[in-house]
Design a protein around this ligand. Structure first.
Ligand code: NA7
Length: 532
């Protein structure tokens, strides 16, 4: 039997929970669908040891309910995954959000009925749900990149995946372990595994920049000071460039003396979020020489932390400008290379040949290991949307429409797919911001939009080609203006074979993005075709 609701919400992560809650508040009928058995999204699926958020906990939390933010108290500066999952569960309990979702159910596809202006959402349980509006709250980093190393299925030891970690603790003591990948995930995992493994081989292709987390328990005084001004500070951050409202002097890098710059970078390094570097000087994300001053500073830090200068040198990124790949925070990452049981395998120097039944082989030598841990990243932004069959007008599948590159208007809708809202989709700030601030903005905008459409008696909303083209073009132009023009990364889709090189996140910043979305709404949803 087909169930009919006003709104179907896919995903019970931070975005989906809020979307379902908001739709119910509008008085609409809602069906949430979640593949996992619990709320939490990325914090439900990811549970590898050492996993910690790289945005401070008092910021990485909902701001839409004052009592919630006053009642909940974070224990550490950067939360570990179990605490964030507990928070998500607390919110679900507090606002009775679970009753809006069907868990343990994966969406397999959705097809638009062009005459009825409804979507039929299908699930792996064989169900069909029709909905006027669909909100895809599926996250930008939810589909792992397939392992693309020759021979990986032949490995006879234990293969572990950061994105599908066993629910019982894994004991690495006495084992020879290889970690593949040195993004945020690989860095966190390697730091943890180095504590107990007999031998740890860290397989690095592209090094990341990493800055000490300086994680610490939060004092009662600090928490009280945050809570005293929570609402006002949240509001300020909503209009900032990164959603974090980090400080930045109003001058260009070379307007400061070398000593001034060094002192300021040192201050950021010791005290502030690493994302502060992005706005440290006005021109660091647009001017290559200004940008290089940060790399030079951080390179010196790597040398201070790693005893062997040759290894330190290999750990220093050289192939991309600072800020065009995720800057990581760590809890002793570089120092693991001072331990006798930890070995850096530089795949740029000796490329990987293959994985074998007993380990792996580079061009230079063969290694025997008991465990291989893959921290090889995601098919970001589009993976999850392309893995289900989203069929819009005239039977077009989103994955085919996006073959030459994902395109949206305001990150929220793609031409040919009416009534299908994306949250933190391509060309929205999402991963280049405090994503909770971004997803709240997106979900609130969608909520206001659906309320408007409902009140005005509209049954259909579709992005126009003209508006979408202009939005994508503007984002590409910003990409060309910034240091991203010289980079290849998952922000551009470059990590997945065959994926087109497109600027996936919106680079304009959180505040300007919010302003653009608000203007569109105030102008009667300019750039969208509305119909009853
Ligand atoms: P990332 O940042 O995409 O990192 C993946 C890492 O895996 C990166 O170092 C890759 O090197 C490496 N990789 C991928 N495929 C291979 C192969 N075939 N051989 C060797 N190395 C490989 O993903 P994370 O999970 O660490 O972080 C994603 C986000 O999650 C992060 O930014 C936070 O926002 C949270 P490459 O760059 O391809 O040379």
């Amino acid at each position: 039997m087909t169930k009919h609701v006003d709104v179907a919400v896919v995903g019970a992560g931070f975005a989906g929970m809020l979307a379902a809650h908001n739709m119910r508040k509008l008085g609409l009928t809602v069906q949430g669908i979640e593949k996992g058995s619990e709320v939490g999204g990325t914090w439900y699926w990811n549970r590898y040891p050492g996993l910690r958020c790289d945005v401070e906990s008092v910021e990485y939390s909902y701001s839409w309910d004052e009592e919630l933010q006053q009642d909940w108290t974070w224990s550490e500066r950067y939360s570990a995954q179990p605490e964030i999952l507990e928070y998500a569960k607390h919110v679900a309990d507090r606002f009775k959000i679970r009753e809006l979702f069907q868990f343990n159910t994966a969406v397999t596809g959705a097809t638009f009925d062009n005459a009825a202006n409804t979507w039929t959402v299908t699930t792996d349980k064989g169900e069909a749900i029709t909905a006027r509006w669909v909100v895809m709250a599926t996250g930008a980093l939810s589909t792992p990149k397939p392992v693309d190393i020759k021979g990986h299925e032949s490995f006879a030891g234990q293969s572990l995946f950061s994105t599908d970690w066993p629910s019982t603790p894994v004991d690495f003591s006495g084992k020879r372990v290889a970690v593949v990948g040195t993004g945020s995930t690989g860095i966190q995992l390697a730091t943890e595994i180095a504590k107990t493994a007999k031998e740890l081989f860290v397989l690095q292709r592209t090094p990341s920049w990493s800055v000490p987390a300086n994680n610490k328990p939060l004092t009662a005084e600090y928490v009280a000071s945050v809570k005293a001004n929570y609402a006002a500070e949240r509001e300020r951050k909503r209009h900032s460039m990164d959603g974090l409202g980090l400080p930045g002097p109003e001058k260009a890098a070379f307007e400061a003396t070398d000593e001034e710059r060094e002192a300021y970078y040192q201050y950021i390094y010791e005290n502030l979020s690493p994302f502060t570097f992005f706005g440290s000087y006005l021109d660091v994300l647009v001017d290559d020489a200004a940008n290089q001053t940060i790399s030079d500073f951080l390179g010196r830090k790597v040398h201070e932390r790693v005893n062997d200068p040759a290894i330190a040198d290999k750990l220093i990124p050289k192939s991309y400008p600072f800020g065009t790949r995720r800057t990581c925070i760590d809890s002793g990452y570089y120092e693991i290379y001072n331990q006798p049981n930890v070995h850096l395998v530089d795949l740029l120097e000796s490329p990987m040949k293959q994985i074998t039944p007993t380990g792996f082989e580079t061009e230079a030598q063969a290694y025997e290991v008991d465990v291989i841990v893959y921290a090889t990243g995601y098919d970001a932004f589009t993976g999850i949307l392309n893995n289900v069959d989203l069929v819009g007008i005239d039977g077009a599948n989103l994955r085919d429409v996006w073959k030459q590159g994902a395109k949206t208007y305001l990150g929220t809708m793609s031409v040919g797919f009416p009534n299908l809202f994306l949250v933190t989709g391509p060309q929205s700030p999402s991963v280049l911001s405090n994503v909770v601030v971004s997803l709240e903005q997106h979900v609130e905008w969608i909520t206001d939009c659906i309320e408007y459409l409902t009140k005005q008696g509209y049954h259909r909303m579709e992005a126009t080609q003209e508006a979408q083209d202009a939005w994508v073009e503007q984002n590409n132009a910003i990409g060309q203006f910034t240091v991203h023009r010289n980079s290849h990364s998952w922000y551009m889709g470059d990590n997945v074979a065959g994926k087109p090189h497109v600027v996936l996140p919106a680079l304009m910043g959180v505040g300007p993005f919010r302003a653009a979305c608000s203007e569109v709404a105030a102008d009667g949803y300019r750039g969208f075709a509305l119909a009853s």
